[in-house]
Design a protein around this ligand. Structure first.
Ligand SMILES: [Zn+2]
Length: 181
């Protein structure tokens, strides 16, 4: 059991595209376990490896915190995921992120997606998801490509959160040799 520190906005790992996993070995399985331990400890719906400073294409999602029957079983670990279908139909809902913990905002995303990727066992799996589960998977997928939910904010929403967003950068400037906005 190893709870890792979650890096916050400004940390370069959140903006650089993560590397594909080439082999599922003990190191990768340990990263997955760390992601699970960290998410469970902090309480959240999903966590991507770059959020613990590891630039690899791995994320986990677990909607059990939603405390809603319809999300039972909406739990997955994806390695090297790809979105192979996105619906034209979109909806807008509120999102938050463990790397920008006090910011919430509206994000418009496709309502339905198909995602394909490796399971920790090494088998390839494709899942079709709707609604909030599809939203969480897309949010985590974005983390593997240097994209953050604040990138989808309207100019008004961004403006509303601007002070808070720049606070992260200011804090990180003090402790990191390099920051990426
Ligand atoms: Zn996030």
């Amino acid at each position: 059991m190893a709870i890792q520190k979650i890096v916050s906005y400004g940390h370069p790992a959140l903006r650089r595209p993560a590397q594909k996993v080439t082999e599922i070995n003990d190191e990768i399985l340990q990263i997955i376990q760390d992601l699970k331990d960290t998410l469970k400890h902090i309480g959240g719906l999903g966590l991507a490896a770059p959020q613990i400073g590891i630039e690899k294409q791995i994320f986990i999602a677990d909607l059990s915190l939603m405390n809603d029957k319809k999300y039972i079983g909406n739990k997955i670990t994806f390695i090297n995921p790809e979105i192979i279908y996105s619906s034209k139909k979109t909806d807008t809902d509120t999102e938050g992120c463990l790397s920008l913990i006090d910011i919430r905002g509206h994000v418009c995303r496709p309502i339905k997606i198909k995602m394909k990727g490796l399971m920790p066992s090494g088998t390839m799996r494709t899942i079709e998801t709707f609604g909030y589960y599809a939203r969480v998977l897309q949010h985590e997928y974005d983390h593997l490509h240097g994209k953050l939910f604040i990138d989808y904010f309207s100019p008004e929403e961004y403006e509303k959160n601007k002070d808070q967003i720049s606070k992260y950068l200011k804090e990180n400037k003090k402790i990191l040799p390099e920051i990426l906005e």
